[in-house]
Design a binder for this molecule. Structure first.
Ligand SMILES: Nc1nc2c(ncn2[C@@H]2O[C@H](COP(=O)(O)OP(=O)(O)OP(=O)(O)O)[C@@H](O)[C@H]2O)c(=O)[nH]1
Ligand SMILES: [Mg+2]
Length: 292
């Protein structure tokens, strides 16, 4: 969440950057300390985040979270449903602004729904990079214990494809993050669930696996509830430490600059004194010549 100060040349920009970081931190602290259980959908754009959240909250006509067959969600949107706050994020990789917004929201999640469209195969390089980035800011074990990989569009692929992609993603995650974590992966179809619910087709509802996802979220919530305060505290400490680190870096840079300026000043002063001495010597010589 903390911006990196890669460029210190514009000294005037630094106070503004620090102020923004401080404001972000305060906003983040408020969000973390609110007694809300936050379920955040994240993933690449157009992979089905908004559709999924609509179905979880029973908005079968997709009228709550905006859905389209193009890059759609541009800013975070939250909806309170039962005892959770469901938060939709702009698709990662849409652009830098969207990424920054999504990453800030992700940092406040109690449960992450990592949404991935199964028809695209296993996780791609960008998804892997985002996972690495997100997991870097918190304990990996905690991150995976609070994450469900939701593979959408299951109705568009065969059962063997579902099994194959699920297995490959599990292997990818194990290779990347180790075998100790629990990787929750579930394949769903939001459109089938919506159709099944509207037309009251129980077989379609069951096949969509959305009811299973909902009960998995409830179970996960129960599991992590006892450790939630400790997790929030760790996140806040990490954020505060990142800001302190930036301030210390700035302090070092300013001290170096001060030292350089002091050396330049001393060198200038010495050269000026030498010039002055030479000038006085010349004046004295000139006076002696005049007096002789
Ligand atoms: N058949 C099928 N279509 C889906 C499913 N999930 C999403 N879609 C369709 O995929 C398209 C994109 O869905 P969205 O929910 O808007 O995707 P998003 O990830 O929120 O996209 P951004 O907001 O742009 O990041 C829409 O046309 C949806 O109807 C699914 O499980 N099955
Ligand atoms: Mg969306």
């Amino acid at each position: 969440m903390c911006a990196q100060f890669n460029q210190y040349d514009n000294v005037n920009k630094i106070p503004a950057d620090l102020k923004r970081q401080k404001d972000d931190f305060i906003k983040y602290t408020h969000e973390l300390l609110k007694n809300e259980f936050r379920v955040v959908a994240l993933g690449l754009f157009n992979h089905g985040k908004s559709s999924l959240l609509n179905q979880i909250i029973g908005s079968f006509d997709n009228s709550t979270f905006s859905v389209a067959d193009k890059r759609e969600t541009r800013k975070e949107q939250s909806v309170k449903y039962k005892d959770c706050l469901y938060i939709d994020t702009p698709g990662l990789n849409a652009d830098d602004y969207d990424n920054a917004t999504a990453l800030k929201t992700i940092a406040t999640a109690d449960i992450h729904l990592f949404v991935h469209k199964i028809t695209t195969g296993e996780l791609n390089a960008q998804e892997v990079d985002y996972l690495k980035f997100i997991a870097k800011n918190q304990s990996i074990e905690t991150f995976f214990a609070s994450t469900i990989f939701v593979l959408t569009n299951s109705g568009s692929v065969s059962k063997s494809e579902i099994d194959g992609v699920t297995e490959r993603i599990k292997n990818q995650l194990t290779d990347l993050f180790g075998s100790k974590n629990v990787y929750n992966i579930l394949c769903v179809d939001s459109s089938s669930y919506a159709k099944g619910s509207v037309e009251n087709k129980q077989a379609l509802i069951k096949k969509s696996c959305i009811p299973l996802l909902k009960s998995n979220i409830t179970a996960m919530k129960k599991d992590i509830k006892s450790s939630i305060d400790a997790v929030k505290l760790t996140k806040l400490q990490n954020e505060a430490n990142a800001i302190i680190e930036q301030i210390n870096k700035l302090k070092e840079i300013f001290q170096e600059r001060l030292e350089r300026t002091r050396q330049e000043y001393n060198a200038l002063k010495e050269s000026f004194n030498r010039d002055l001495e030479e000038y006085n010597r010349l004046v004295r010589k000139h006076k002696d010549l005049l007096n002789s």
